[in-house]
Each structure stands twice: as structure tokens, then as C-alpha cells.
Design a binder for this molecule. Structure first.
Ligand code: SF4
Length: 343
């Protein structure tokens, strides 16, 4: 177990990350030449917390807003509205400027090759950030060697290699080591193992679990692979068309999903048992389109349980037991849905 982090200002009860009312719409607004062009509601009022030391999985089909949420948190793109609090302090405020936040929160992307500078060796890639932060060249290189070792790469053989001379798994290990070089508290892993071969993926997942303990990290783990999410996440948040559909403990989400979209996603997981594989697609209807989403519940055109209130009234997130919450009229006894708990 790692020692308490001296940077922990808020104490264990304060989430490491709190996202409140996050909104990002892309596209043209009405103007002189464009009378109300298409607006993509990529992220449309998202709230969640990540506790210190936990791994929150974020799942949903492509276009659901999970990667945009990550980029908004890191301020790779600017939010239209909302606040990001890190250990109780608002990112971008006088108390926690953007540069100070970015030292404590790092991101690892899916494309291990595009993430690396082709002109920097593995060692120089990892040493680059600390050098910019003022660490001396010798110390930065020594730290980079140590980090290469910790992510399972032999520094003697590989420190001088360029990205094109490394395998996909090795490149992703270098990306992870680069992220760790600034001693972050939060790692945002955006499909970070999705492009790897299955055997390499398992190795990198095990590495991530070990590093989490060793460095006292907190993870936001974005993935379309529900098997992987089930394996490593403490809690899971399901997103649909820019909104949170369901959130709760991983066990609760996987064992007793309360949102029909989550049920459909889980039913679409390829079974590990070949005899139980099904050809039937549990998600019917048009794939989600974040341009002009449907009124009421955004999932209603595809939902097996859609009823009268669903196309008119947007469901709020309702508690369905403990910290498990679902944005569905079925979970709200007062919704008027004929199959809700009160009906
Ligand atoms: Fe389905 Fe209605 Fe629940 Fe939406 S609110 S998920 S349409 S039952």
C-alpha cells in the first residue's frame, strides 16, 4: 500500500475529481451566414465524482461523449459551461491554475504512436516533461531510466530507441511512463489498451493495476470493452448521447443494471463462453446521433420499455440503491411510467 500523499488537501472524504454541469456543444450557432447550423451536443450537463484511489470506468457507444468529457477535464478543449474541481479546488482558479492541475492529472490515449514525438527516444520522451519543469538533465534522465524499468521496459536495450523501433505495447508503456514522470495523482486512460493485442492488453492492464498501488493513483478508465471495465473498475458510469444514463458500483451495474440502455450494452457483450454467444443485436434502432437528440429520454427511440412519459419528459438520475443511480422513468415511482416502481 502506498504512503499517504502529502498533496492530499481535502482529506479522504473529498473526491479527487468532481465534475459539475459539464457542457460542450460543437458546431455553428445561428449567425449572419448560418441560420442555426447543426449543433452537436457532445456533452450535455454531466456530473460525477471520482474518489481518491478508485478507478471509475466510463462506457458507452462511440458518440456518447466519454472521450470529449476526458478532453474537457484536461482542457484540451474548453467547456461551454460547468466546473471541474480537483481535490476540492476549482481548476483554473487562483488556488489551482491550469499548469498546476496538469502536473497532477495526466492522460494516456489510444494511439500510442501518434502520442509520441517520432524524433525523441524513449528516454528523452519520458525526461522531457520533468526537464520543462526545471529538473536537471542528469536527474531527469535517471528518473526516466527508473520509470522505464518500472513499466517493464529494459532501459539498457530500449532507452535509446525511437517510437518506430518499439512495438505497440512498448510504446504504450513509454506513454504511461511519460505520464508518471510528473508524479500525477489522476491518470485518464482513454481507450489506452484498446489497440493492443489481447495478450499484450492483459499485460498492460496488470501493469496499470500494479502502478496504481505503487504510486497511489486514481484512474478514470474510458473503454468500450466491458469485460476490461468489469475487471479493473470500482465504479462504472454509463453515458448515452452526452448524458449520464447510469452510475454505480461496478458489481451493481454488471449484476443488476437499472437502465434499459445498460442492459442492452451488457447483453451485447460477447460472451467468454462460445456456447452462449448470440447473433442477435440487443440494441435496435438508429445508432445515436448527438446532433439534435430526441426529446424526453434520449434513449426512447431504441428502448424496449419506452412509454408515454419517455418521449416528453427527460428523466433525472434517481437513486436505486446505495450509490447506484439511473436516469430512467422506470426508477422513479412518481414518473407516471406504467412499469415504474409505483405502477
Ligand atoms: Fe426507456 Fe423510458 Fe427509461 Fe428512457 S426513461 S430508458 S425510454 S424506460
Amino acid at each position: 500500500m502506498s504512503a499517504p500523499d502529502p498533496r492530499d488537501r481535502g482529506g479522504p472524504g473529498t473526491p479527487l475529481l468532481s465534475v459539475r454541469g459539464l457542457v460542450k456543444h460543437f458546431g455553428q450557432k445561428a449567425g449572419f451566414l448560418s441560420k442555426g447550423g447543426a449543433i452537436v451536443r457532445a456533452v450535455d450537463g454531466v456530473d460525477f465524482d471520482i474518489a481518491k484511489g478508485e478507478t471509475l470506468g466510463i462506457v458507452g457507444e462511440s458518440g456518447c461523449g466519454k472521450s470529449t468529457t476526458a478532453r474537457l477535464i484536461m482542457r484540451i478543449i474548453r467547456p461551454d459551461a460547468g466546473a471541474i474541481l480537483f481535490d476540492g479546488e476549482e481548476v483554473g482558479s487562483a488556488a489551482l491554475g491550469l499548469a498546476a492541475f496538469r502536473r497532477q492529472a495526466q492522460m494516456v490515449f489510444q494511439d500510442s504512436y501518434a502520442s509520441l514525438n517520432p524524433r525523441l527516444t524513449a528516454l528523452d520522451t519520458i525526461a522531457f516533461g520533468p526537464r520543462i519543469q526545471g529538473l536537471g538533465a542528469r536527474a531527469a534522465r535517471a528518473q526516466a531510466q527508473d520509470l522505464l524499468h518500472r513499466v517493464g521496459i529494459d532501459p539498457i536495450r530500449f532507452a535509446g530507441r525511437y517510437p518506430h523501433e518499439l512495438s505497440g505495447g512498448q510504446r504504450q508503456r513509454v506513454n504511461i511512463a511519460r505520464a508518471l514522470a510528473l508524479s500525477p495523482r489522476l491518470l485518464i486512460l482513454d481507450e489506452a489498451v484498446s489497440a493492443l493485442d489481447k495478450s499484450v492488453e492483459a499485460q498492460v492492464l496488470n501493469l496499470l493495476l500494479d502502478l496504481k498501488d505503487e504510486f497511489g493513483l486514481t484512474y478514470m478508465f474510458i473503454s468500450h470493452d466491458l469485460h476490461t471495465v468489469r475487471l479493473i473498475c470500482d465504479r462504472v458510469m454509463v453515458m448515452y448521447l452526452g448524458k449520464v444514463a447510469e452510475v454505480g458500483a461496478a458489481e451493481s451495474i454488471f449484476e443488476t443494471p437499472r437502465h434499459p440502455y445498460t442492459e442492452a450494452l451488457l447483453a451485447s457483450m460477447p460472451s467468454m463462453d462460445p456456447d452462449r454467444r448470440t447473433e442477435e443485436a440487443p440494441l435496435s434502432g438508429d445508432p445515436p446521433n448527438p446532433i439534435d437528440p430526441p426529446p424526453g429520454c434520449r434513449f426512447h427511440p431504441r428502448c424496449r420499455a419506452a412509454a408515454a412519459p419517455c418521449s416528453r419528459i427527460e428523466p433525472a438520475l434517481h437513486a436505486v440503491g446505495g450509490a447506484h443511480r439511473a436516469a430512467c422513468h422506470l426508477a422513479d415511482p412518481a414518473s407516471g411510467h406504467p412499469q415504474s416502481a409505483a405502477a
